[in-house]
Design a protein around this ligand. Sequence first.
Ligand SMILES: [Zn+2]
Length: 249
Amino acid sequence: MIDTHCHVYEEEMSDYKDIIEECDKQDISMIVNAVDIESSKDIISLSKTYKNVYAAIGLNYDTIDRVEEKDLIELEKLIKNEKIVAIGEIGLDYYWTKDNKDKQIKYFKAQLKLAKEYDLPVIVHARESVQDVYDILKEMDIHKGSMHCYSGSLEMAREFIKLGFKIGIDGPITYKNNKKGVEVVKNIDLKDILLETDSPYLSPEPNRGKQNSPLNLKYIAKKIADIKELTEDEVIEITTNNAKELYNL
Ligand SMILES: [Zn+2]
């Protein structure tokens, strides 16, 4: 199994080493996502130490206020490291604030351009910004990546799939009353779905409220299997292939 989006590194969780080692025993690999230059460097070093860790590097919305031009130059230097499989997570978030919208858009576009230059997929965060994100991806001709922790409508999910994107499904799919999420999973093809946890956040049931880890991926796979009336093994096999194909693993 591959957790295609998590934040398993020191700053986010103190027991990250134990978790990575336990995942390795259970044959779980992970794409660890950065939010700034510091975490990008940490994750690159983790990917060199652990064979089940791959790196996604990038500057995210929640660190955007302190981002400067020089960070883009630094990011480009880091891209040349081995085991970097994507630029992520990047994107737009209007839930917390729209005040820095112009800066968010500027750096989102700059990183998309970088991904294109280096032919890397992008891992995209969109919260209350789905239309803007879609318009920018389309305008910049980006066709390779995932919509991480997708929470939009079925209609927009289909538009992102048409662009060439995969839809990342996380713990909230297991929450009661997530009718929108269930509708999306039910009506899109399994070949367009990626499993992810967004650890340490968003633990699925039955571990909701506790620290999340890629070890919880099985609960997300099980829920998708229930919704799509498939076996858990079928869901794992197909979504693992989707991840391998997209991220060249
Ligand atoms: Zn994330």
